[in-house]
Design a binder for this molecule. Sequence first.
Ligand code: CTP
Length: 408
Amino acid sequence: MSRIVLGVGGGVAAYKSALLLRALTEAGHDVRVVPTESALRFVGAATFEALSGNPVTTDVWHDVPEVAHVRIGQTAELVVVNPATADLLARAAAGRADDLLTATLLTAHCPVVFVPAMHTEMWLHPATQDNVATLRRRGSIVLPPAVGRLTGPDSGPGRLPEPADVAALAQVVLAAGADALRADLAGRRVVISAGGTREPLDPVRYLGNRSSGKQGWALARVAAARGADVTLVAANVDLPAPFGVRVVPVGTAEELRAAMLEEAGSGGGAAADVVVMAAAVADFRPATVAATKLKKDSASEPDAVPLVRNPDVLAELVTKRTPGQVVVGFAAETGDADGDVLAHARAKLARKGCNLLVVNDVSGGGVFGRPDNAAVVLAADGTATDVPHGSKDAVAAAVWRAITPRLA
Ligand code: CTP
């Protein structure tokens, strides 16, 4: 549980802050809502008080003996300003302290995330862009606004990201610190495979695996928040697309191979800077796929399912790697009589030829579908970095910390 301050600016998107508040409290956090005076024209203080269980004030003249304008910021572990209006960004950049929220921003030692929402003209205005640059230079995270329908009939950049996406990013910052969301991947193209392939036996059955896609999703979420242009090649993943990420759905290993080669630029298209193979790819598929459903009472009931080998997508991506491209593999390993987890992993890294291999020790039970994970990141240059047990977001942040220094 963390102490989070939810700052709410005075824009119509303030209504979405109630849903964000709900998501944060349901994740177990203690949230103190600090709206601006104009935010309360859109959402009443009673809504924030009921959902947070904490009092709500906008000015510094309440709870004066408690010195709230200093204490709320000092004790926060994360401040999320959602929505951040053009005026609020301007006041924060200028270092004003004319209400409780701006005073809180001046006293906070913790990571601060601004989630802007405004009309496109206001977002693109040089004054706003300068304010955003100032806040980022001082260490705050300012997310790029979503593109889409704005208040009224117009659309463009300026829309507030969905509450679930902001809540997920808040968890990344809490797990991995503000550095996990630095906008240092702007201009980089990233392709990530996620999920598990399904190899059909007949029109209704398949050979599959239990990969949920959550680790790939976390990798995409962190990369997108750091400014990268991210494509997820998703094999059978039942999760909503992360904010700002393009999802290419695939089913089989063959489909995943074609999509990854295309997106990585191995076929001559725009080359990706980073290619991550987080998907669990079936090594084998049924040699034939029945055109009609296999019947248990039919004379053609099979007594064995012949399998053929699937292509090794990671190995092929490595062979076709474009200049400067960083290729990252994943491996779930167990120790056995031939060697421990790390010995197997080092051999796999050498065999596959990728730049980095993220190794999960699955000896003690699966990581599949679970929200948490632990890993070791092995590099082709021989270094091994331990990633302590934590959320898949924290593991994703650690993987990106290993990737970024290797980018040209
Ligand atoms: N991989 C792949 N294509 C395959 C199998 C695996 O691209 N046909 C990728 C996975 O996405 C992962 C890495 O290779 O990034 C390692 O997967 P793993 O299943 O551990 O590798 P295998 O080569 O199948 O090794 P093993 O003999 O241990 O099964």
